[in-house]
Design a protein around this ligand. Structure first.
Ligand SMILES: Cc1cc2nc3c(=O)[nH]c(=O)nc-3n(C[C@H](O)[C@H](O)[C@H](O)COP(=O)(O)O)c2cc1C
Length: 328
């Protein structure tokens, strides 16, 4: 099997590995790390269309992207066509991403119930269709949509057809309903059902934790690309492992604790380049440190200590000393 170049609209994508949008995780620093591992398509975290209309410095920082991350899709979420139209025009003009992605999967109560955005749109195909059509007409770049398989029942095929007819250039599917949250295994057969019914590219998502899972999803569903979320947190190497395994069957190599620490140091430099807010930096460093050390021997104890550190120096002393105690 060879990873295929593919396209969304006229945007060329070099391989079939896509970074999933993850709020609070996929900032530009994280995305640059992921890109350095050869990720074919990068997604940002979601940003609210209303927040874009009432722009402040926090939203501005969230929207920051670099050319290095291209091709990149900016994800937005909202519930009314007016704010989608204004936000998507603003993003196209000012941020110039390659693609705009609409979130129709977020299960979080504040988003889905209080604001009737994210996965709530799966209950209302007409409204979802209006939103897609509005964004497609507002911008010149391709528009994609990411869905869950339904609100409380699977209506993924109906939604996918609706979204395709409204003019979207690709669809990503995370095959769990909003009701299922993360409590059940992602049902990849739904990805196949969607792939069989639409002609735009389909990106499969859910529970990919290794290059073997990636290949299995491509084989079982026929999807055009695979999207990885949680499996990348603290483990960006999974991207390169997927690309190489799909390309020429290269078996993944184990990543040492020293390599993990070095990657965390690189990641730290990028985080510090992007922000001058000490609180935000400290939070991001501790969170990412815990992800990078995850699954190493004794990491549960170290995680607690990571969150007790008060300075960057303390954090790095802790990690250096910890890694020295590990055999690999
Ligand atoms: C911390 C976190 C934040 C997420 N934020 C978003 C988001 O902003 N937009 C979105 O469409 N999905 C979001 N998701 C869902 C993921 O994109 C993905 O669909 C889900 O995690 C399943 O894929 P995985 O098993 O590879 O993690 C988020 C998931 C996590 C764990």
């Amino acid at each position: 099997m060879v990873t295929m170049k593919w396209k969304i609209g006229d945007v060329e994508i070099d391989n079939q590995v896509v970074l999933a949008p993850m709020a609070g995780i996929c900032d530009s620093a994280f995305r640059r790390i992921v890109k350095s591992m050869g990720c074919g398509l990068i997604e940002t975290e979601m940003v609210s269309t209303r927040a874009i209309m009432h722009m402040n410095s926090k939203t501005q920082e969230m929207l920051m992207m670099t050319d290095y991350e291209r091709p990149i899709a900016q994800q937005i979420f909202g519930s009314d066509t007016e704010s989608f139209e204004i936000a998507s025009k603003y993003i196209e003009e000012n941020m110039q991403p390659d693609i705009i992605d609409i979130n129709m999967g977020c299960p979080v109560t504040k988003v889905a119930v209080k604001s009737r955005a994210g996965s709530a749109l799966l209950k209302d195909p007409d409204k979802a269709s209006d939103i897609v059509e509005t964004v497609v007409n507002a911008v010149d770049i391709p528009v994609t949509v990411k869905i869950r398989s339904g609100w409380d029942e699977n209506n993924a095929v109906e939604m996918a057809k609706t979204i395709e007819n409204a003019g979207a250039s690709a669809i990503a599917i995370h095959p769990r309903t909003r009701h299922e949250r993360y409590d059940v295994k992602a049902d990849w057969s739904i990805i196949k059902e969607v792939k069989d019914e639409v002609s735009i590219p389909v990106i499969g998502n859910g529970d990919i934790r290794s290059c073997y899972d990636a290949k299995r999803m491509l084989d079982e569903t026929g999807c055009d690309a695979i999207m990885i979320g949680r499996g990348i947190m603290g483990n960006p190497w999974i991207i390169r492992q997927c690309v190489e395994y799909l390309d020429y069957g290269k078996e993944p190599e184990r990543v040492s604790s020293k390599e993990k620490l070095d990657m965390f140091k690189r990641h730290t430099e990028l985080i510090k380049k992007d922000s001058d807010n000490p609180k935000i930096i400290a939070h991001k460093l501790r969170t990412n440190a815990a992800y990078y050390m995850k699954n190493l021997h004794g990491s549960v104890e170290i995680k607690k200590k990571i969150f007790q550190t008060e300075t960057e120096e303390e954090l790095f002393d802790l990690l250096e000393n910890y890694v020295k105690t590990l055999k690999y």
